[in-house]
Structure formats: structure tokens, C-alpha cells
Design a protein. Structure first.
Lengths: 257, 201
């Protein structure tokens, strides 16, 4: 007990001594300050560390691990919140890896949706056939990987219904989408079968305009914007990891919210 | 150690020092990559200079952010477990009385606050450390609400919706940065505290 008291007295004195000498020497304080700033700067320029291949491989591995964690967290029955028409974001923002002037013009009359991979019915679909399928509507929030979000009203075919129509192997791991704007992405089967995952043909009650992905997009309120492909031309059910346009550059593959 | 020096008691146990420095690393990565992510779609009318950020581009910053989050979360969990199980949390930070905080704050501002001992925190320190622990918890919770706004509806509503969760997350970050600035200044003024956090005494 006595020893402890003695020690704390010693501590007090030495701290006070330290503090006094620090205060007495403004130049030292200034130096310490500058050193901290320099230290901070050298740390900040450490963004070059991202160019290091081994660091990139590690980050890539953790990102794939996060795919697994997200798949495990994903509740196939949990619905994303829905909104009223009054809550819609107007105008709904256009967003792509190209500018709005470069939106592809796809001719709906000779358009055909290709279906490939682990499906029993591989015949292509015309727009007319797709519009005759049962449709539903959702007003949901689109969340962009950049952080902004917007509420839109989308109509189309429940994607799980479409997968059943083409006789897709529902135990397959992935569904891959090739698009008319040279975009490409893929999703996990549980999300493909989620009740709010929609093969979207309309926006706000009108035929899907080119800027939102004519003739069709895939709408998933459970995934970030870059996972929602537009101008879809072909769908493949597969067990081979298909990646995607942004995913191959480093965006997280699962991309779920 | 020379015989003339008395062996000083351990101020910070080894688990505390390890979790402190791992937390420092995680927090630095989270803040710098978070600034890059913020810049992709700023919620306030300013951007963070990109040379202060980590990741090179949005995708890289997200990879850093979602890697370091595991370090922040798991290390924070270990810290809280040890801190509560050992009783250190209560012993060091409580009681925390508002009147003492105000008194110590005035003393500190007039340069009259004494550092009695490294193993005893004054009321301002107690408040700062408890606040930053709570702030880190808020950062994790609001971050989770942003990352998984559909899977965790309760967290999302608690944060006032997706868009609001981003504001909460940003403000909690700003508080953390303010804490770090003051923390580093205080350590620079009393360098022995840095030694204590490195070697335990």
C-alpha cells in the first residue's frame, strides 16, 4: 500500500516536470506539433499502399469473404420498405458509367431476350410475350453505391416467376445479365428469387424510357444500384462465378443492402 | 531497469494497449477511406481533399472501409469484454459527475488541472473517453444501418431512415476526429502518457 502511494507521488512529480518543461519551451511544442503534422502527412500519402498488389489481393479476399457474410445475413423473406407515390424522387436521377447522351437506342420491335445456361426452356422472348406475363408494381428506394438514394415506381414481372417459366435450375448459384450498353453484372440465386426482385418493364406507369433501361432492367431494392442491370439482352443461369463490369474492378460482388 | 528506479505499477494492462493501438489503426483506415466514400456523393456542400483520403477511388475506398470494419468491430468487442469483465470500465470512468466535469474543465482551460497520476483520470478525461466509446458504438450502429438498411429495419428506423443514417454516421465521424485532435494535443503536452500506452507504465 505504502509503495503504491510512493509511486503515484513520483508519477505526479515527473509528470509535472514533463509538463513544465514542455510549457517552458514553446519551440519544442512547435516542433512536436510539426512532427505530428509531418507524421500525419506521411501517413496520408500512404494511399499509394492501395497500388501494392499484395495489399490489393488481401482486400479482394476480404471483399469475397464479405460476399459470404452478406449471403448469410440476407433474409429471403425480408422486404425492403415501400413508399407512396407522393414520396417519389422527381426527376429520378439517370446514372450509368456513360453520359445520358450515350444511352443506347434499342429497337423494341426486333428485340429478343436470350435465355441460356441451366434452364430447360431456352427459347428467346419477345417484348410482347414479356408484357403478357403477370405484372406487379413497387415503389422502392434505389440506393447507389455512391451514397445517394432515390425512390422510384417500377412495374414488371416478378423475376422468380420468370425463372420458373424458363425452367431455371433454382439450386444454381448465379444469374448473369448481359446488357445492350455493354454492361454486365450477376446476382446470387436467393436474391433472384426474392419477392421484390422484378424484371422491370415500366417506370411510373409508362414503358421504361431508354434512360432507365429500355426495354427492361432488373430491379432489386435489396441490392445497390450497380447490381440492377439495364437494357438486358441475355440472362444466364450458371454455377460459374460470372463477376460483373464494376465487380471486376473492385466493387463488392454481393452489393446487398 | 536500474536498482534506483522503483518498479512502477502497470497503468495500462497489455490487453488495453493492444486493443488501443489496433483501434487506432482501424479508426485511421475507417476515417480516411470514409472520406473518399463521402466524396462520391457529399451530403454537405464540401468535399474532403482527395489527397487526404485512402483508397484511390470509390471502389478501393469501399474495400478498405469494409475490411477495416472487421478490425474495428472485433477489436472493439474484445476491448469492451475485457473492460467490463475486469471491472476496469466502472473503476476508471465512474462515477462521472457533471459538476466535477465542469470544475475540471475550467481548471483545464486555466492550465491548472493536475495530472495526479497516469492511472487516475480527471472528470474531463472520463467524459471524453466514455463519449468516444459511445461514439464508436454509434458509428458501428449507423454504419450497419447504411450498409444493411434492408436487413436491419430496426436499426434503419432508429437512425431515422437510410438518408438520415448517413448524416448520423458523418456527425459521429466528425466527433471522433475532434476527439483525436484533442487527444493527440494532450498526449503531446504530457508525453509520458504515450510511453504508458506503449510500455504499460
Amino acid at each position: 500500500m505504502f509503495k503504491k502511494t510512493l509511486n503515484s507521488t513520483l508519477d505526479t512529480e515527473s509528470i509535472l516536470k514533463d509538463a513544465r518543461s514542455e510549457l517552458a519551451l514553446p519551440s519544442r511544442r512547435l516542433f512536436a506539433k510539426r512532427a505530428l503534422t509531418l507524421g500525419g502527412l506521411s501517413l496520408l500519402t500512404g494511399c499509394n499502399i492501395t497500388d501494392e498488389p499484395s495489399v490489393n489481393r488481401m482486400l479482394e479476399r476480404i471483399s469475397r469473404m464479405n460476399d459470404g457474410v452478406q449471403g448469410w445475413l440476407f433474409d429471403p423473406k425480408r422486404l425492403a420498405p415501400t413508399y407512396t407515390q407522393a414520396e417519389m424522387t422527381r426527376p429520378f436521377p439517370f446514372n450509368a458509367f456513360y453520359s445520358i447522351e450515350e444511352v443506347p437506342e434499342i429497337d423494341g420491335s426486333d428485340y429478343q431476350l436470350e435465355v441460356t445456361g441451366l434452364v430447360t426452356n431456352k427459347r428467346p422472348w419477345t417484348l410482347e410475350q414479356l408484357h403478357k406475363m403477370p405484372q406487379n408494381e413497387q415503389i422502392t428506394r434505389h440506393i447507389c453505391v455512391e451514397g445517394w438514394s432515390a425512390i422510384g415506381r417500377w412495374g414488371g414481372i416478378p423475376f422468380s416467376y420468370f425463372l420458373q417459366q424458363i425452367g431455371a435450375d433454382l439450386s444454381a448459384k448465379y444469374v448473369d445479365f448481359q446488357c445492350g450498353d455493354d454492361y454486365h453484372t450477376s446476382i446470387d440465386m436467393p436474391t433472384a428469387l426474392h419477392p421484390q426482385t422484378q424484371l422491370t418493364l415500366t417506370y411510373d406507369g409508362q414503358i421504361l424510357p431508354p434512360k432507365y433501361g429500355f426495354p427492361m432492367k432488373l430491379r432489386m431494392p435489396t441490392k445497390l444500384g450497380y447490381k440492377n442491370p439495364k437494357h438486358i439482352t441475355s440472362i444466364e443461369v450458371t454455377n460459374k462465378y460470372p463477376g460483373g463490369y464494376w465487380e471486376d474492378q473492385g466493387y463488392n460482388w454481393f452489393g446487398g443492402s | 531497469m536500474s536498482s534506483s528506479t522503483l518498479k512502477k505499477p502497470v497503468v495500462h494492462p497489455i490487453w488495453l494497449r493492444v486493443t488501443h493501438w489496433l483501434n487506432a489503426l482501424a479508426v485511421i483506415i475507417m476515417i480516411l477511406s470514409g472520406w473518399r466514400i463521402y466524396n462520391a456523393s457529399p451530403i454537405f456542400p464540401f468535399r474532403i481533399p482527395s489527397e487526404w483520403t485512402l483508397g484511390g477511388w470509390l471502389g478501393g475506398a469501399l474495400q478498405w472501409h469494409f475490411a477495416a470494419m472487421w478490425l474495428l468491430f472485433l477489436n472493439g468487442l474484445v476491448y469492451l469484454l475485457f473492460n467490463t469483465a475486469s471491472g476496469r470500465l466502472w473503476k476508471k470512468f465512474f462515477p462521472l459527475r457533471p459538476t466535477e466535469v465542469i470544475q475540471d474543465l475550467f481548471k483545464a482551460l486555466r492550465g491548472k488541472l493536475q495530472h495526479d497520476a497516469l492511472d487516475h483520470y480527471n472528470a474531463v478525461q472520463k467524459l471524453a473517453y466514455v463519449s468516444v466509446i459511445l461514439d464508436l458504438i454509434l458509428l458501428v450502429v449507423s454504419g450497419l444501418a447504411i450498409w444493411k438498411s434492408v436487413q436491419f429495419p430496426l436499426l434503419r428506423e432508429l437512425m431515422g431512415g437510410f438518408d438520415n443514417a448517413r448524416i448520423v454516421h458523418f456527425c459521429a465521424m466528425a466527433f471522433l476526429v475532434a476527439f483525436i485532435v484533442v487527444h493527440i494535443i494532450m498526449v503531446a503536452l504530457v508525453p509520458r502518457t504515450l510511453l504508458a500506452m506503449l510500455r504499460g507504465r
